[in-house]
Design a protein around this ligand. Structure first.
Ligand code: EPZ
Length: 429
């Protein structure tokens, strides 16, 4: 398994272009299943989860063309299968998003139950409850969700818990249902809004995306369109924290600051000097140490759970004591143990990490456990003394486009080492 080797201690400085958002690109690519016409999607990031999604769409019979700028034309004119197999779904939970479009357009779908993952049990009961409210018959057997319905009908659906992909799945299904669907307590994430924008360009009639009440007037068919995926607010936040913890200065390009206001607010509170000019964000922290901040994650527009691990890491070398409370997932603190091995002073109190800033972290061999925890360990390696070796970096390749190239171009000492070379290196040592 490849590893990342990082030697810390250098302030980062320079410019970074932010890629398209993983969590917007995935549902938009899957929305191609809703029409027999080609859907053109631009600003797609180079990520392993994108590759997995393309494999899944190909498995269902979608014809895909990819150009050198990672614009993708997806043509679902000849769908041959209505089944998303376990070996693909187990590697990417977002595969559950094919259920709504297949059920809405073809009247049936079979998708492997995603199962849990490192950060929590991740049930899909709200997706299923919504499809049943729209008239689908849903059976779960042998690890698969089997859904059938001649034609979905509009319904009023209350989401007991705010769910991003739950809202997206039901919104796609409702786009082709007979009548009006209202989704109450809907997720307000920018990626939900981006999907609604794409669906409306395809002829859907969706109002209220970005609020807790989304209304969808079903139509008989959708047509092709062209859509540019929004920038990745979590990638942007991660690079801003990288500049913070190394007391550097960074300028992000192709980013819309309204996507991450809660994060910018906390970085300012921590002492960052932030300038927003059009589609750029500049952060200057040269010569200064971050001040600890208190964080409580919650659905958008509150502080995003996908930035929680990065802020635990920032607090671990900040001035003072900061608390970080995770309210979205039940097991999203696995990065804490790894940070403690690097010298961080963190106590866990139920779903809150109490972080006392230390003077420095020390590099060590650490292991990535999930996507955002691995980003946090990269940040720790950038600021720690000596060398940090991060194992299982396939987690990071799922969600960060060319991370070592982007970090190296702003001064980081980071390189990827193929697993077998590491074994040889260790053997010599
Ligand atoms: C999306 O996951 C994102 N993934 C996650 O990003 C993100 O952390 C999460 O939203 C929260 O913002 C994609 O968009 C592909 P949820 P999702 O349904 O939709 C519970 C990353 O790092 N729930 O909003 O799967 C669930 O257990 C990833 O990029 C139910 O109980 O998350 C959780 O506690 C990680 N029943 C809460 O809701 C359901 O049917 C929020 O989950 C669905 C969810």
């Amino acid at each position: 398994m490849d590893k990342l080797l990082i030697t810390g201690g250098r302030p980062l400085a320079g410019d970074v272009r932010i890629s398209g958002a993983k969590n917007a690109a995935l549902p938009v690519l899957i929305a191609s299943l809703l029409t027999a016409d080609p859907l053109i999607i631009r600003n797609i990031p180079h990520l392993h989860d994108i590759t997995t999604t393309l494999e899944l769409l190909g498995e269902l019979g979608v014809r895909l063309e990819i150009d050198e700028k990672m614009s993708i034309t997806a043509d679902a004119g000849d769908i041959t299968r209505l089944r998303a197999p376990y070996d693909l779904v187990k590697t990417m939970r977002a595969s559950i998003l094919v259920l709504g479009p297949l059920l809405a357009r073809f009247g049936e779908a079979e998708v492997s139950l995603p199962g849990g993952c490192a950060i929590g049990s991740r049930p899909v009961n709200l997706h299923i409850k919504g499809f049943e409210a729209m008239g689908a018959e849903v059976v779960i057997e042998s690890g698969y969700i089997r859904a059938r319905c001649k034609r979905l009908r509009g319904a009023r659906i209350f989401m007991d818990t705010i769910s991003v992909t739950g809202t997206e799945n039901l919104m796609m299904a409702a786009a082709l249902a007979d009548g009006e669907t209202v989704i109450e307590n809907a997720a307000r994430e920018p990626e939900v809004v981006d999907l609604a924008t794409c669906l409306n360009a395809m002829g859907a009639k969706i109002h209220g995306a970005g609020t807790h009440l989304i209304t969808i007037q079903g139509v008989n068919r959708l047509h092709g369109a062209a859509h540019n995926v929004i920038p990745d607010r979590i990638e942007a936040g991660t690079y801003l924290v990288a500049a913070m913890v190394t007391s550097g200065a960074i300028k992000l390009h192709d980013i819309d600051s309204s996507l991450l206001e809660s994060v910018l607010d906390k970085l300012t509170e921590s002492g960052a000097d932030i300038k927003i000019e059009g589609r750029t964000i500049s952060l200057d922290m040269r010569g200064r140490r971050p001040r600890a901040v208190n964080i409580r994650t919650a659905p958008f527009p509150a502080f995003p759970t996908d930035m929680q691990a990065q802020f635990v890491m920032m607090n671990s070398i900040a001035e003072g004591v900061g608390t970080v409370t995770e309210t979205v997932f039940e097991n999203r603190f696995m990065h804490v143990h790894e940070l403690q091995r690097m010298g961080a002073d963190i106590d866990m109190e139920s779903n809150t990490a109490v972080v006392r800033g230390v003077d420095h972290l020390t590099g060590a061999p650490v292991m990535a456990t999930d996507l955002r925890a691995s980003a946090c360990l990269v940040l720790a390696g950038l600021v720690a003394r000596n060398e940090t070796i991060i194992d299982r970096i396939y987690h990071i390749d799922r969600g960060y486009d060319c991370i070592e190239e982007k970090l190296a171009q702003i001064g980081a000492q980071i390189r990827r080492v193929p697993g077998d070379q590491m074994e040889a290196r260790t053997a010599v040592a």
